[in-house]
Design a protein around this ligand. Structure first.
Ligand code: F6P
Length: 319
């Protein structure tokens, strides 16, 4: 392994820079040249590769976003696009590719591997929606961002004796809502993995209001539906004043937490080590605080297990 390339793809996530830094420095330490690809697979198809140096990744470990920029590419999903990318990799004489991103990005790495090009995936997405790993890079920071918002919203929600409905990211995965909701003491957590009954929630809000509770927080994962609409229904059915807040892309930015920097650093080093060991078509992840790797096909076919214990606990604690 003489030359590798690294790219970030899909939604950015805090801690991606820590992973890029680790990939670059781990490679250089092992006498491997490393190229940064700008704008994910789009940049790969267009030959946007630049050699990285030790200092090119200096002063980034604490920064959110990705210095390599990110993009979602429809063209790369097609064989033609993949052919373009393989040509570019050939022209630059790249021997292996590290892809930092979510499941869509891993599909790209899988496609390249299937065509004989060594590729390794690092899970980088705030969604935490990859089944094979306990956590993805960016999730912890996003949860903390949501938690900070919950705390701030609690102040005003309490002053005005309202119900606050907070929409967090997560189209198919309710982990941000679950973790931030449990940590933030939410009265209800609505996630795509679990059915919910708005009437039951309204009943609960009314009885806790009668008990003298001055404010309630409800977390909604975006995949469940619109917090604004849910807020209207709650206000109408309970007579309580409701306000909705959509946290949106704020959750994707900010200084990465220690957990995400550590995860990015550990996974970055592990991915390069796999390429050095001659491995391909694998993804790295974390299980019980140990770094693991497994076949990309296997990883992508695994079904996520929603943490029912945490969900049930959140319900008990919000009586
Ligand atoms: O995949 C990460 C994610 O942040 C999702 O939670 C969200 O639904 C989506 O990306 C938003 O994507 P975009 O940046 O294209 O608006």
């Amino acid at each position: 392994m003489k030359k590798i390339a690294v790219l970030t793809s899909g939604g950015d996530a805090p801690g991606m820079n820590a992973a890029i830094r680790a990939v670059v420095r781990y490679s250089i330490y092992h006498d491997i040249k490393v190229y940064g690809v700008q704008r994910g697979y789009k940049g790969l198809m267009e030959g946007e590769l630049q050699e990285m140096s030790i200092s090119s990744v200096g002063d980034i470990i604490h920064r959110g976003g990705t210095i390599l920029r990110s993009a979602r590419s429809l063209e790369f999903k097609e064989k033609e696009g993949q052919k373009k990318a393989l040509n570019v990799l050939d022209v630059f004489k790249i021997d292996g590719l590290v892809v930092i991103g979510g499941d869509g990005s891993f599909m790209g790495a899988k496609a390249l591997s299937e065509q004989g090009f060594p590729a390794i995936g690092i899970p980088g997405t705030i969604d935490n929606d990859l089944a094979y790993t306990d956590f993805t890079i960016g999730f912890d920071t996003a949860v903390n961002t949501a938690l900070d918002a919950i705390s701030k919203l609690r102040d005003t929600t309490s002053s005005h004796e309202r119900v606050s409905i907070i929409e967090v990211m997560g189209r198919n995965c309710g982990d941000i809502a679950l973790y931030a909701g449990l940590a933030g003491g939410a009265e209800a957590i609505l996630v795509p993995e679990m059915p919910y009954d708005l009437d039951e929630i309204c009943k609960k809000l009314i009885s806790s209001n009668n008990r003298g509770k001055t404010q309630s927080i409800i977390l909604v994962a975006e995949g469940v539906g619109s917090a604004t609409e849910i807020g209207h229904v709650i206000q109408e059915r309970t007579g309580l004043e409701a306000r909705s807040t959509i946290l949106g892309h704020i959750q994707r930015g900010g200084t990465p937490s220690a957990t995400d920097r550590l995860l990015g650093s550990r996974l970055g080093g592990a991915a390069v080590q796999l390429l050095i060991d001659g491995k391909s078509s694998r993804v790295v992840g974390i299980k019980d605080n140990d770094i693991i790797d497994l076949d990309i096909h296997e990883a992508l076919s695994m079904k996520r297990q929603f943490n029912l214990d945490m969900y049930n606990l959140a319900q008990i604690l919000s009586i």
